[in-house]
Design a protein around this ligand. Structure first.
Ligand code: SF4
Ligand code: SF4
Ligand code: SF4
Ligand code: FES
Length: 588
């Protein structure tokens, strides 16, 4: 990229051409307040006017998030005119805003509150009419509160860019404009897949997950046997809630914190990821050998399952019948584990800590209950766990490491760990499928062909004389390409991995917010690479494990030997498999 010379606040800098003023200023160490500008490579709308600056060659003040730098440009951030204009922009936003920050779930990570502070805006400067308010809390996953919306449009763009869905859009006109699903419906009455990607980019409390912290508190107070499991992507990101660098693996501290919070047992969902692979690899080979529906598609991402049910009802037989790992774990805890430990399953309360808001919906699906009991009773996001730890006064950063429980269940292999990133389920499944087909372990368990963040990855493997053609997609926009090919009878694959969120669970809708204004300086340059940093934390743990293939997990072998029989047995089907149903897009 060509370089150009500019001045910011009178200081000369050489910067890349093609940057916006906001980007160039950030690269040179200046913070210009911004609200509607995106931080994930998505375009700015220039709608909030919070980032106004003076620039030579421009007439009047310019929105720095959309205005490009030019050779010889002199940019002034601190002039009285620019400073006052930015403050006024924020004060106008606050004039039509529900300012109950004390009760707001976004407090602590609210960009509106942050820009209020840095611009010195007063929240009572302008009083006026308030736009009529809609509060939508009808799904178990995400809530929308228009009284906190600043109409920045980030959520609208994110839903379109990640999934090509466009669930959210601008509704009504003028002063009454709101951001909502079509006709201001509830998310529950739209084909929203509840992935939470819109929540991750919302700068305010207008979009948030539905918290289940109180439900967990109540179960503990009621004397239930409350156990917790954590997904692999959680330990790759939880540290960010406590100011630690992106990509810091905090498994030991997280376990120690959960034990202090009073959970009777702390398990790693990775155990059940190994179990999923045993079931899924067996199902795949059975379909290949006995003429079953191919390509088989993974089913562990509930956002993707929601998308399939709304949009590709005719392709549902392609989905593996395996439940997702945390559901499998819940089912095993409330059967095998309770039997082994003399616990009444009705007394057990299973909490899953997940990077995902769609898992809150998934756990309530009636088809996932066994003997009238839900596999999982509550799902907390990584962010909610961060809140729970903060409010208890635990000093997370200083906590000494602790180990997961692994009595009877809980041991895991490296294959389970990599489930958290795009391509991970495929890689884990191939390690075990290769062994089942050839009787030998893969020489190198790291399958680079399915790693990385390309929207669609494809690879061909020769396993025991059989050619296996596979594909991996993440984000529904990419998945749609593969699904349309299957529908048109053009797909050449035997096995496809699909994850709802772009990047997989490491960038799930329940993960810590990645917002430049809250990042330590040294992290600011890795905004574009935060997914790779989190994924690297998982691949690193995989490499450190002695056992890296699910079929080598001794506790899984014991579970089959003494309880389930064999993968895909009748008992395994009753506990570990499910069904899917096509849904009407605007059914309720
Ligand atoms: S969105 Fe931000 S400013 Fe608005 S109530 Fe919540 S914390 Fe306060
Ligand atoms: S939860 Fe996902 S599908 Fe639903 S509106 Fe948000 S980004 Fe779109
Ligand atoms: S809901 Fe959030 S992201 Fe969407 S327009 Fe409103 S403030 Fe912006
Ligand atoms: S951040 Fe530039 S106009 Fe909103």
């Amino acid at each position: 990229m060509a370089k150009i010379n500019i001045k910011i606040e009178g200081i000369p800098f050489e910067v890349e051409s093609g940057l916006t003023i906001l980007e160039a200023a950030k690269a040179c160490g200046f913070e210009i307040p911004s609200l509607c500008a995106f931080n994930h490579g998505e375009c700015s709308k220039g709608s909030c006017r919070v980032c106004l600056v003076e620039a030579t060659g421009a007439r009047g003040l310019v929105a720095s998030c959309v205005y490009p730098v030019a050779e010889g440009m002199e940019i002034t951030i601190s002039s009285p005119k620019a400073t006052a204009a930015r403050r006024t922009s924020v004060e106008l936003l606050l004039s039509n805003h529900n300012k109950n920050c004390q009760q707001c779930d976004k407090n602590g990570m609210c960009v509106l509150l942050h820009v209020s502070k840095v611009t010195g805006a007063r929240d009572d400067m302008y009083q006026g009419e308030q736009t009529p308010v809609t509060v939508d809390r009808l799904t178990p996953s995400i809530a929308r509160d228009t009284s906190k919306c600043v109409l920045c449009g980030r959520c609208v763009e994110r839903c379109k860019n990640a999934h090509g869905l466009g669930i959210l859009g601008f509704e009504k006109r003028g002063f009454n404009t709101i951001v909502a699903p079509a006709e201001n419906r509830s998310f529950a009455n739209s084909p929203c897949i509840l992935c939470g990607q819109c929540v991750s980019v919302c700068p305010t409390g207008a979009l948030m997950e539905i918290s289940e912290i109180e439900k967990v508190d109540a179960a503990m107070k009621a004397g239930k046997y409350v156990v917790v499991q954590t997904a692999p992507a959680v330990c790759a990101a939880l540290g960010e809630e406590f100011g630690m660098k992106i990509g810091t693996r905090v498994t030991g501290k997280m376990v120690a914190a959960l034990k202090r919070l009073g959970f009777k047992k702390v398990f790693d969902t990775n155990f059940a990821a190994d179990l999923t692979i045993m079931e899924e690899a067996t199902e795949l080979l059975d379909r290949i050998q006995n003429g079953g529906k191919l390509p088989m598609i993974t089913s562990c991402s509930p956002g993707w399952v929601n998308y399939a049910e709304y949009n590709y009802g005719d392709l549902l037989p392609h989905l593996s019948s395996c439940k997702s790992p945390h559901e499998m774990f819940g089912a095993i805890l409330k059967s095998y584990y309770c039997e082994k430990n003399g616990i009444d399953p009705k007394d057990m309360f299973v909490v899953s800590i997940m990077p995902c808001t769609a898992k809150k919906y998934e756990k309530d699906r009636p088809e996932l209950s066994v003997n009238g009991l839900q596999d999982v009773d509550a799902v907390l996001t990584t962010r909610e766990l961060g809140k729970l730890i903060k409010r208890s006064g635990i000093n997370f950063v200083k906590l000494p490491d602790a180990e997961f429980d692994n009595d009877v269940v809980g041991d895991y292999t490296g294959a389970g760990v990599i489930f958290g990133t795009t391509g991970g389920v495929m890689e884990a499944a191939l390690r075990t499928a290769a062994f089942k087909l050839t009787g030998e372990e893969l020489q190198s368990p790291a399958l680079q062909e399915v790693r990385g963040f390309a929207g669609i990855k494809e690879a061909t493997f020769n396993l025991g004389g059989k050619t296996l053609k596979v594909a991996v997609a993440h984000g529904m926009k990419n998945a749609k390409v593969l699904l349309d090919d299957i529908r048109a009878g053009k797909s050449e694959y035997q096995f496809i991995e699909i994850m709802g969120c772009p990047g997989g669970c490491i960038a799930g809708g329940g993960q810590p917010f990645v917002k430049p204004c809250f990042l330590p300086n040294e992290d600011a340059d890795i905004l574009d690479t935060y997914k790779a940093k989190r994924a690297a934390a998982l691949y690193c743990e995989d490499e450190l494990k002695t056992l890296r293939a699910s079929h080598k997990n001794p506790q899984i072998a014991e579970l089959y030997n003494t309880y389930l029989g064999e993968p895909n047995s009748h008992k395994a089907h009753k506990l570990l498999h499910t069904t899917y149903q096509a849904k009407e897009k605007f059914g309720k």
